[in-house]
Design a protein around this ligand. Structure first.
Ligand SMILES: Cc1cc2nc3c(=O)[nH]c(=O)nc-3n(C[C@H](O)[C@H](O)[C@H](O)COP(=O)(O)OP(=O)(O)OC[C@H]3O[C@@H](n4cnc5c(N)ncnc54)[C@H](O)[C@@H]3O)c2cc1C
Length: 362
């Protein structure tokens, strides 16, 4: 056993998951003087990142970025439909080295006094206890507050009674670029049901990936191979040699039904903070991690027991509900009306992709 409730293993807060949401929340809680544990099942935090790593530039307002965390500056988003470039949006951003950045965020939490535990998996969550495993060892840690920042298949979300989130499935290869790119590129094709392909440059390499509706996930490998071949034919990439491979699930269902109860709260992908149309979740993970920590800090200071269970969900809804409701409507009607007809497909994507004015004016 790791610990059977010795007094020094009782934390004010335990944060499960050291992604952008969890590390941000843990750092804020640590800075406020709370005794905090941040745990992650990964052997090393920042390892095996499941991400295409594009963030809008204002993210640096919410989370520190060192020069080395930025792989490349990006000027905007080019959208391709039916193989043709149809639109360029000025949207300054960065592609990150998320492996470095995630580790840095967890180190920042550690510097704020947080106990960071890697290779530590939460396997059960009770009212004030988290059962953990580390290698072959099993034990419990105890806390007044439990923050579920544990990604799209959140254990804590299940404990709050939420069902499985709707999601897209994604696969991505990192390939060597032929020549530098200034924009991230998004590709819509009738073959990519429910999603899109992307090419996000990282200096000499590019994250080339596809996310599609979970119902057609068996086509993912084939579609990605074809997409990479098309990038090769257009001389965007040098060859089909895969530098790195990743993938995962991208929530598309919007905010979880229950975001907090008593002493337990969700942030980031676990809370469904990912944008249902774009799949972008890093910035919202950082923001919701911050808001979750602030709710806990205020509750501790004021002794008002409703700040976590009532105020925090209200704040998240104020922040995201409207834009996510529009995104869900656009995504659902796009999926319903999906078509192979090139002209209808073009019009459909224009109505349902955030780069086009039609998205906002229905
Ligand atoms: C292929 C792909 C590409 C993407 N591209 C982009 C992009 O370009 N831009 C963007 O903004 N978003 C992108 N996203 C979404 C983005 O990655 C997520 O929204 C973001 O990582 C959410 O942060 P988080 O902290 O909530 O969760 P995560 O980053 O998923 O972190 C959760 C952490 O919890 C840990 N964990 C889970 N369960 C347990 C457990 N039981 N015990 C202990 N630890 C646990 C995990 O190991 C993980 O480290 C992409 C997603 C995918 C899958």
């Amino acid at each position: 056993m790791i610990a059977v409730k010795p007094p020094d293993e009782y934390y004010d807060a335990v944060v499960i998951g050291a992604g952008p949401a969890g590390s941000t929340a843990a750092k804020r809680l640590g800075q406020a003087g709370l005794k905090v544990a941040l745990l992650d099942q990964r052997l090393e935090i920042g390892n095996k990142i499941q991400c295409a790593e594009f963030v809008p530039r204002p993210i640096s307002r919410y989370a520190p970025l060192r020069a080395g965390d930025i792989a490349q500056r990006v000027e905007g988003i080019k959208t391709f439909i039916n193989g043709k470039p149809v639109h360029t949006l000025a949207a300054p951003g960065y592609t990150l080295n998320r492996n470095l950045w995630d580790k840095y965020q967890a180190d920042e939490a550690k510097n704020a006094g947080v106990t960071v535990m890697s290779a530590t998996r939460a396997v059960a969550v009770g009212d004030h206890a988290v059962t953990i495993t580390k290698g072959t060892e099993r034990g419990k840690i105890y806390a007044t507050f439990i923050l579920g920042c544990d990604g799209p298949h959140s254990l804590v979300s299940g404990r709050l009674g939420n069902g499985r989130q709707e999601n897209c499935v994604a696969l991505q290869y990192e390939l060597l670029l032929h020549k530098p790119m200034t924009h991230v590129e998004i590709y819509f094709e009738p073959d990519y049901y429910g999603g899109y392909a992307w090419a996000f440059p990282k200096g000499n390499t590019v994250n080339a990936g596809i996310a599609i509706h979970a119902s057609v996930k068996n086509q993912l490998h084939c579609l990605l191979h074809e997409f990479c071949r098309s990038l090769m034919q257009r001389q965007v990439v040098q060859s089909d040699r895969i530098v790195a491979k990743t993938g995962g699930f991208i929530p598309t269902g919007g905010l979880a039904g229950c975001l907090a109860q008593k002493n337990m709260l969700l942030a980031g992908d676990a809370a469904g903070c990912t944008h249902p149309v774009t799949g972008a979740g890093i910035m919202n993970a950082v923001r919701s991690g911050h808001l979750a920590a602030m709710a806990v800090i205020r509750q501790v200071k004021s002794k008002d027991e409703h700040l976590v269970s009532e105020n925090y969900p209200r704040i998240l809804h104020e922040e995201y509900s409207r834009q996510f409701a529009i995104a869900r409507e656009r995504l659902n009607s796009r999926n319903r009306e999906w078509t192979n007809d090139p002209e209808k497909f073009l019009a459909l994507i224009r109505r349902s992709w955030i780069a086009f004015p039609e998205y906002y004016t229905q």
